[in-house]
Design a protein around this ligand. Sequence first.
Ligand code: PMP
Length: 407
Amino acid sequence: MMHVSWNNLIAKDARALTASEIRDLLKVAERPEVISFAGGVPDPKLFPLGELSEVYADLMADDVAGRGALQYSISEGMPALRQWIAADLAKEGAERTIDNILITNGAQQGLDMLARLLLEQGTKLVVEKPSYLGAMQAFSTRHPDYIGVTMDDEGVVLADLEAAFEAGARIAYLAPDFQNPTGLSYSLARRQAVLELAQRYGAVIIEDAAYCKLSYEGEALPSLLALDEAGRQDEDAGTVVQLGTFSKTLVPALRVGWVTAPRPLIEKLVLLKQASDLHVATINQAVALRAVEKTFPGHIDTVRDTYRTKRDAMLRALEDFMPDSVSFTRPKGGMFVWLTLPDGIDSRALLERALEEEKVAFVPGQAFFCDKSGENTCRLSFSAGDPARIREGIERLANLIRRVHNQ
Ligand code: PMP
């Protein structure tokens, strides 16, 4: 009898998929005694259970809407939901029609579909250093040539970006608002300059706007999409393809996200969507629409207030407990703070000891770098815990870092 040789059968692209080595370690982080900054998921206490329960009940009590929500639907996504998103984008200065919007199974599916649409082996692709790991997982199935661009306090470094475009890159994946993993945002001037550069070289920017509504101070800055749209008449021209989601503002489990793009791109994406899963669950789209109509903007205000308090607790604790040799970002929104440890401290080894000795968890930063640099960096999420636990966890981590540093 012949045994199946999976290694030979699995296609080359799929063979490139490897599980992250820290995943096993982070399983330990789920134990109740561990204070985990590793997650990065929304605080479930913020999920509007009462409102959602009413939305589901109302929908199922409505003979037409209820049956419609249980039926197949079009691949583009529910027109009324796309209309709501178009109106919301318009408020932020980006005039798009519903034909410029495709509903996806979370922003993550948008990333996967854009990878399939735009990338092939060797395509030069600009990513921030560090960048969102889930995006790189989606992109890497296509084997692009990553060109990592460094970040400073104002965003991506322009000279790096220009050098990448000079080297022939025409696609850049950027997250200007409260980036995952650093929490950093681009300044207005940097947004404008990035866009001008992209326009000069005829490059496309994939703008990840997953966290754009989670802003905790100051005025929200216009997205690259909105800046690109300013003064443009034709919705089907454009430099920016933007990804959005209700995962961070409503609930992630509905898996409702979207891609906003010029129509020729949307038309291709719709075909990819048809081939992969036909459409996002009709009922999830219907529930998302009713829920945002019912609860926004009040709910977003609650979400912001809650995360602001958690962020403040984390930053205060970092200031109070961390040795001066550790630097950290001071995000104005989002869910993450980024630590840079003294040179020579490997954050993966630190995680092992943090779990063992202090029962505290974080994500080592290296995984977020396309060139696997950043050994001495860590991503900390403040979204899930309560402020007192956050403070306690930071104190424990700081104690460990002091011990490691003095050894
Ligand atoms: N982009 C970024 C930057 C994210 O952090 C996430 C979620 N971790 C996503 C996209 C995907 O979000 P979703 O698929 O839930 O919409």
